[in-house]
Design a protein around this ligand. Structure first.
Ligand code: ADP
Ligand code: ASP
Ligand code: MG
Length: 603
């Protein structure tokens, strides 16, 4: 019989009573006859306490010793849970990551799993024992037997990886909430449970700050077709099912090192509208996109880069057929944006000779360098990038239509994607093909751990973006959202554009240090850093082909008087960067605007 993997998080094993309650649940499953592998986290806030102890001794503790320290937390809980099971008469044995043979790369504090040896584990299962495995840890490949950890929250990843390696029936993640909710219930008490969510949506939500699942766990579930459920360890309620595509016969070797990019997409049916120098104040994006939505124009990419003085640029793409309508609506709305006296300050540009090329893949999460590689490939093919917008699982670039074929060929070669599999993607207009009824917005997430950097006046030449992001990637700094502005300054004879991006707050200083010397070499302008930002995002596959979704999000922010710093979108998500102090208020307002909560139904 196929095994079942159950993972219990820190709060679920936070006390002796909780450990005993978990043991009861595990024993019940085992009694039903199914082999059970249990993955546990450290008890309660143990990991945080250990981190604090190290911080009291060193301001920059070495990552190897941190792994040595943090991995002890899980070792306590596996032994205690095993004892609790044995007390119930259930045979059980605890194993560390190294004892199981969870082999990882030799990257302390953020190791990826390469392979899991299952023979020892299987032997114990066959003997009728429950095997209790320490989450979040592994052993590095090589002779040094180095203990590694997978990164904070990584026990989810251990569990799903074990489920993939054992070809388990399912993986159940037990936690302190009833499942995956529309947003974090600690910030929005009205948050509602979702009975199900697709892996693609969950990948975005998890990477955008929904801490309930480690994004890499979702990535493995998606790649290996693991049946994944998130439930409360306090009740028997069914929780949330994370829907994975059917199980693929993939090799288990290099488990987390699969191709970072598994598809290249191309959309030739795109046209661009750009509004230059619109006022930088709350309500501008809302007014513009409300009118566009009202006219039934569906917008695909939206990019708003950082402000300059008191103005901003907003660019977006629509289908070619919609360009004329989008242009006239935008033209008509300009006086409402600028005030009737200042309309001449704002320019409206359109371009129907563009195409969008995208790379897609769950494997790019937290893997610095994939976007840089894309930009380098395009640069080497002599393709200039006009607009960039990224999501956690996709990087999209708008390029000149005539460069489309060259762009695709170079991306296929670079990422080893067969050209015959390039997906011709078409934006679906509102009147287009009916899609299955998925919620327009599935959930809302807030990420308060990011900083926004912007390099002004980057010469608009192929290869500049590549250089910038390669430099960060080489130092293992993950760039999250990348936005290239529409605004163009001619410096000397050279057109320039601003490039903004977000990184983890802890990486902001290092990124700044790395980029400073590059500014002169690349002839760029200033580097602007905003360390106190929040990113709020909506995610839902139902937003494809639905006019007005962005407008509703922007309107909710405008109603609260919240100014938007930058905007980036993909087909299934819209992210806005704003002041950190506005983060929670923004999350609550957006959650309410989309009527996601039990008591948030509007009239
Ligand atoms: P565990 O210790 O079980 O791994 P975590 O603290 O890592 O638990 O994750 C569960 C927490 O994630 C919840 O207590 C909740 O505050 C937070 N969370 C954030 N976003 C969501 C969401 N969309 N749905 C459910 N919980 C969320
Ligand atoms: N104990 C680790 C942490 O707190 C791993 C986990 O709980 O998933 O990050
Ligand atoms: Mg967790």
């Amino acid at each position: 019989m196929a095994a079942i993997v159950q993972k219990y998080g820190g709060t679920s094993v936070g006390s002796v009573e909780r450990l005993q309650a978990v043991a009861q649940r595990v024993a019940k499953t085992a009694e039903a006859g199914q082999p059970v592998v249990v993955v546990v986290s450290a008890m309660g806030k143990t990991t945080d306490t250990l981190v604090q102890l190290a911080a009291d001794i060193s301001s920059n503790p070495c990552r190897r010793e941190m792994d040595m320290l943090l991995s002890t937390g899980e070792q306590v809980s596996i032994a205690l849970l095993s004892l609790a099971l044995q007390e119930l008469g259930q045979p059980a044995i605890s194993m560390t990551g190294a004892q199981v043979g969870i082999v990882t790369e030799a990257e302390h504090s953020r190791a990826r799993i390469l392979q899991i040896q299952t023979d020892r584990l299987q032997r114990h299962l066959q003997d009728g024992k429950v095997v209790v495995v320490a989450g979040f840890q592994g052993i590095a490949q090589g002779d040094d037997l180095e203990i590694t950890t997978l990164g904070r929250g990584g026990s989810d990843t251990s569990a799903v990886a074990l489920a993939a390696a054992l070809n388990a029936d399912r993986c159940e993640i037990y936690t302190d909430v009833p499942g995956i909710l529309t947003t974090d219930p600690r910030l929005v008490p009205q948050a509602r449970l979702m009975p199900e969510i697709t892996c693609d949506e969950m990948l975005e939500l998890a990477s955008l700050g929904a801490k309930v699942l480690h994004p890499r766990a979702v990535e493995i579930a998606r790649n290996y077709g693991v049946t994944l459920v998130v439930r409360s360890s306090w009740t028997d309620d069914p929780g949330t099912r994370v829907i994975a595509p059917p199980r693929q016969p993939r090799p288990l070797q290099g488990l987390e090192l699969v191709h970072p990019v598994d598809a290249v997409e191309f959309d030739a049916d795109q046209a661009k509208v750009a509004l230059l120098r619109v006022p930088d104040r709350p309500g501008i994006a809302a007014t513009l996109f409300a009118e566009i939505g009202r006219q039934q124009v569906d917008v695909d990419l939206i990019v708003q880069s950082i402000h300059e003085g008191n103005t901003n640029d907003i660019a977006f793409t629509v289908t070619k057929e919609m360009l004329t309508r989008a242009e006239s609506v935008s033209q008509a709305v300009i006086p409402a944006l600028t005030g009737p006296e200042n309309t001449t300050d704002t320019d409206l540009l359109t371009d129907s000779q563009i195409a969008k090329v995208s790379i897609v893949g769950a494997g790019m999460i937290g893997r610095p360098g994939v976007a840089a590689k894309m930009f380098s490939a395009l640069a080497a093919a002599g393709v200039n990038i006009q607009m960039i917008s990224t999501s956690e699982v996709k990087v999209s670039c708008v390029v000149a239509a005539e460069d489309g074929d060259r762009a695709i060929a170079s991306l296929c070669e670079t990422f080893d994607v067969h050209p015959s599999t390039v997906r011709e993607q078409e934006m679906m207009s509102a009147g287009g093909t009916q899609r299955p009824a998925t919620p327009i917005v599935r959930g809302v997430a807030l990420d308060r751990n990011q900083a926004r950097l912007a390099i002004l006046q980057v010469p608009d030449q192929a290869g500049r973006a590549a250089k910038i992001f390669q430099l960060l990637a080489d130092k293992n700094i993950s760039v999250d959202m990348i936005i290239q502005s529409q605004r163009c300054h001619i410096i000397g004879d050279c057109p320039t554009r601003d490039i903004a991006f977000t990184v983890a707050q802890t990486d902001a200083e290092a990124a700044q240090g790395l980029l400073k010397p590059l500014l002169t070499t690349l002839n760029c302008g200033d580097l602007r850093v905003n360390p106190a930002i929040a990113k709020v995002s909506i995610v839902g596959s139902g937003m494809i082909g639905q006019p007005g979704v962005a407008a509703k999000m922007f309107a909710a922010l405008a109603m609260e008087g919240i100014n938007i710093d930058t905007i980036a979108t993909s087909e299934i998500k819209i992210s806005c960067v704003l002041a950190e102090a506005d983060g929670v208020k923004a999350l609550q307002a957006i959650h309410k605007a989309f009527e996601l909560g039990e008591t948030e139904k509007l009239d």
